[in-house]
Design a protein around this ligand. Structure first.
Ligand SMILES: [Zn+2]
Length: 249
């Protein structure tokens, strides 16, 4: 077996046998891989503190294609310590890790790793986790194959006089095509496009109104329900805390 170094983020950990764990890691080199961390639950194991989900690292492994690889050593790049001190941030992040695993299974694309890495970095830096989650959800829709129309009216293709952001109609609706969809605030319409195109890593400030954030979150919740076919158990927990999050960005 050859030793390889891969860069990745642990999406899931599962206890295995008496003292080991299996880690599901999203890597740049091989997409999603399974890695066994042998003996890592022993108190004296050097792998103990680094065999957990929500860890960004360089993993030295015995790589086996289409099978479980074996972990040898870990160089941590980010342990996201600020996320781990806040229950709300943990809840958002748990959902993001579960979402990204499902997206990756449908479309193995290096862009998905970049979205995850950028999003976790910004939540760790203290940016509003709801907004960052919404950006990740927007960007993932492309890789789920159900991108909404956010440049033009989804009915006629016009980019003028957009009046509604409709989950039912698959995105923007212009004044001419509008029938009975609820009208959307013009700031929300502008904002949803900005959030879709924004480079997560480059965000330095998010100065958004609560009503616009809520509009976008509601749109995404309906859109995911309607078009993605995903059912994530962590989403339910998340929906319960969304209402009590204070917008502090
Ligand atoms: Zn139209």
């Amino acid at each position: 077996m050859k030793i390889e170094t891969v860069e990745g983020i642990v999406l899931r950990e599962t206890n295995y046998s008496e003292s080991s764990k299996i880690l599901n890691i999203l890597t740049i080199e091989h997409g999603l891989i399974g890695v066994i961390s042998k003996g890592c639950r022993n108190m004296k194991s050097k792998l103990r503190g680094v065999s957990r989900k929500l860890l960004y690292a360089k993993f030295h492994i015995y790589y086996k294609e289409n099978s479980l690889s074996t972990l040898i050593e870990v160089d941590v790049k980010n342990s996201y310590s600020n996320i781990l001190t806040d229950l709300d941030r943990i809840t958002y992040t748990t959902y993001i890790l579960e979402l990204v695993e499902q997206v990756e299974k449908q479309s193995d694309n290096p862009a998905i790793f970049a979205i995850l890495k950028g999003g976790l970095k910004k939540i760790n830096e203290g940016f509003n986790p709801l907004v960052i989650t919404n950006i990740i959800e927007l960007k993932c829709l492309e890789y789920l194959g159900v991108m909404p129309s956010l440049d033009y009216c989804s009915m006629c293709g016009s980019n003028k006089n957009i009046v509604s952001l409709s989950s039912y109609q698959g995105g923007f609706i212009c004044q001419d095509c509008h029938t009975n969809e609820p009208l959307t605030a013009s700031n929300t319409i502008k904002l949803v496009r900005i959030l879709y195109y924004i480079d997560l890593e480059k965000i330095t400030k998010l100065d958004l109104k609560e009503e616009n954030i809520n509009d976008i979150n509601n749109f995404l919740e309906e859109y995911y329900d309607r078009y993605t076919g995903l059912y994530l158990k962590s989403k339910k927990t998340l929906s319960q805390i969304v209402k009590k999050i204070t917008i502090t960005t």
